[in-house]
Design a protein around this ligand. Structure first.
Ligand SMILES: Cc1ncc(COP(=O)(O)O)c(C=O)c1O
Length: 396
């Protein structure tokens, strides 16, 4: 992720030159090009191959017909900000103010870059646990942040408290947390979050926490770092509709932050995108009021998908620990005699029509990811079974 010294001959900016195109989307494209949509199985990109709940589709249709077709308030339609504030007030047990603490964005993706641009100056250090969701690298480059990496190590993807302490310096401005975690499925524990929060308070740093998988926790408990002592005033919490409501194409996300940070985030957001799609904001506002049974069913369905893919991958010879949260499995490839994640992932595309992601794309130093590939499983059970059949056929 280093910025090169000289501008390329085609005149790209040094920033744009310094990161590569998403490997995740590249694997998807290659698979489709080689095998076509009927045969290609996409375990690469984290989006569902099934429709969202019909109640969301009805709400979106009503909103489109209901006059919500011009710009919304730039920081979010009041209906959606109110719904976010209600839901989060209930979850956190403290009042969240929709007028001064909530901003709606074009997905959690825009939320993260808006948060960084609002809170981080060029040259500030930002701590990132790795492996990390691949957008965080380019987000650092775009905002001029200097990333400092703290490794999460298999099999349980824990971090060494001393390495975390050592990563905090007098230049640290922020730490990025993602729980439940993509790509490992780690759910940060209370004690891990307490350790992080103590460092944030001690170093006057802010926490930017991506909680887009907050409702997908199979083991343990989802804890928002914003609820820990001393953190409400220094945390930007990011979430969104993409994963919980199976609407990744709607591009609706949000940030909850103290008023001073929210004021900065809203300015950046306004000039980045003006705002997210108005009718879809109205529909997501309705989704946030779905009853508890929706979330119980969601989790049950994902648990079934998780168990199917974990058992199946083990059966194929991968080294796999069941993820505690989110919808990804990191699969070790050593046991299959493979030593290079990229060539192994390419082989799966070419010979089995199965797209996965080489884990090196989740590390600043690709060498650290050579021994894993990532499977994503927001897929129908029959898609998972079809993928496993194709993988079993590959076994030597
Ligand atoms: C950790 C994480 N954050 C954010 C996103 C993107 O969210 P959105 O669709 O809301 O932009 C993803 C998508 O895979 C993700 O895994």
């Amino acid at each position: 992720m280093l910025i090169p010294d000289t501008r390329s001959s085609i005149g790209l900016s040094l920033k744009a030159e310094s990161f590569t195109e998403s490997v995740i989307r590249e694997m998807t494209r290659l698979n489709l090009a080689l095998h076509g949509p009927e045969r290609a199985i996409n375990f690469a990109q984290g989006f569902p191959d099934f429709d969202p709940d019909g109640r969301l589709l009805d709400a979106a249709t009503r909103a489109l017909r209901g006059g919500y077709n011009q710009y919304a308030t730039t920081w979010g339609a009041p209906q959606l900000r109110n719904a976010i504030a209600r839901k989060q007030t209930a979850a956190w047990g403290r009042a969240v103010d929709p007028e001064r603490e909530v901003t709606v964005s074009c997905g959690a993706t825009e939320a993260m870059i808006a948060a960084m641009l609002a809170a981080v100056d060029p040259g500030d250090e930002v701590i990132i646990f790795e492996p990390f969701y691949e957008n965080y690298g380019p987000d650092c480059v775009i905002s001029g942040a200097v990333p400092r990496y703290v490794p999460l190590r298999p099999p349980d993807w824990s971090f060494d408290p001393d390495e975390l302490r050592a990563a905090f310096t007098d230049k640290t401005r922020a730490i990025v947390i993602n729980t439940p975690h993509n790509p490992t499925g780690k759910v940060y524990s209370q004690s891990e979050l307490e350790l992080i929060s103590r460092q944030c308070v001690e170093h006057d740093a802010i926490a930017i926490t991506d909680e887009i998988y907050e409702h997908l926790v199979y083991r343990g408990l989802h804890i928002s770092i914003a609820t820990l002592p001393g953190m409400a005033e220094r945390t930007i919490t990011i979430s969104g509709a993409s994963k919980t409501y199976s609407v990744t194409g709607w591009r609706i996300g949000w940030l909850i932050a103290p008023p001073a940070l929210t004021a900065g985030i809203r300015k950046v957001h306004d000039f980045l995108t003006v705002g997210a799609a108005h009718p879809l904001q109205i529909a997501v506002a309705e989704a946030l009021d779905l009853p508890a049974s929706f979330y119980v069913e969601l989790l049950g369905d994902y648990q079934e998908r998780r168990d199917a893919i974990v058992d199946g991958l083990r059966d194929c010879g991968f080294e796999v620990s069941a993820p505690d949260g989110a919808y990804y499995v990191m699969a070790g490839i050593d046991s299959l005699g493979a030593s290079d994640d990229v060539s192994f992932a390419r082989r799966l595309v070419e010979e089995a029509a199965v797209a996965t992601v080489p884990a090196s794309s989740f590390y600043h130093d690709p060498a650290l990811g050579r021994r894993h590939i990532r499977f994503s499983f927001p897929k129908k059970i029959e898609t998972i079974e079809r993928g496993l059949v194709a993988l079993r056929a590959l076994r030597p």
